[in-house]
Design a protein around this ligand. Structure first.
Ligand code: 13P
Length: 249
């Protein structure tokens, strides 16, 4: 039985007081939901305030990005041990904005994933095709490469701590959601690919939560979550307002 995960990626949005107010609002309005995990990924600078705001609730805080090494000269980056000081062992890897604007290749994503998993983290590994790739009929090829090159070096024991997020790039922040049928088709394919990754990954694939991301809103989340292989949402815009975050829940 896979949990449902509703994860809010706040990206580079919100000021400090807005992030605090949002976190407090979500905590206050949080319904009690069975088998549902609620995660938020604020800006690094807002993490202490958000952790304080959600204290005493089951809401978990993660990082949007992390550097796959410790204690080194790497100006501008954050090391895993620095997040762990805040009790964080949850991170996004491979978001399309990192791939697109920061040159993160599958190899870099793989290194990050490997390093974090070896420290006992849970990793939300994001994949997804661009519009031109979908139009050229290359969606499955792209997803397959992202899965293989990102995860094939991870042993089964660690792969259990990976959550996949399918975020078609053309649906992010555009208001264009993949239809539940399109998303389900991609999710089923992703599960099959994870299952075929290595020996012993079949059972892991069955238990792995696969989240959908890309213009998820309170009014479309239900039809997405009804699909067999869609286990939650990785939500940008609609997670950044108390009312719509609670609406998703
Ligand atoms: P939107 O929900 O704003 O489309 O963003 C999706 C996303 O990128 C979540 O990581």
């Amino acid at each position: 039985m896979r949990p449902t995960i509703i994860a809010g990626n706040w990206k580079m949005n919100l000021g400090l007081s807005e992030a605090k107010t949002l976190a407090e609002g979500i905590k206050k309005g949080l319904p009690s939901l069975k088998d549902t995990l609620v995660w938020v990924f604020p800006s690094h600078l807002h993490i202490p305030a958000v952790i304080e705001a959600v204290k005493g609730s089951p809401i978990q805080v993660g990082v949007q990005n992390i550097y796959p090494s410790d204690l080194t000269a790497m100006t501008g980056e954050t090391a895993p041990h620095q997040a762990e000081d805040f009790g964080i062992k949850l991170g996004l890897v491979g978001h399309s904005e990192r791939r697109q604007y920061h040159g993160e290749t599958n190899k870099i994503c793989s290194d990050k994933t490997y390093f974090l998993l070896s420290r006992g983290w849970r990793v939300v590994y994001c994949i997804g095709e661009k519009l031109e790739e979908r139009e050229a009929g290359k969606t499955f090829e792209v997803l397959s490469t992202q899965i293989r090159e990102g995860l094939e070096t991870i042993d089964s024991n660690h792969l259990k701590n990976v959550i996949l997020a399918y975020e078609p790039v053309w649906a992010i922040g555009t208001g264009k959601t993949a239809t539940p049928e399109m998303a389900q088709e991609a999710h089923a394919f992703i599960r099959k690919e994870v299952s075929a990754l290595n020996s012993g990954t079949e059972e892991i694939a069955k238990a792995m939560p696969i989240l959908y991301g890309g213009s998820v809103k309170p009014d479309n989340i239900k039809s997405l979550l009804e699909k067999e292989d869609i286990d939650g949402g990785l939500v940008g815009g609609a997670s950044q307002k108390t009312e719509s975050f609670l609406g998703l829940l």
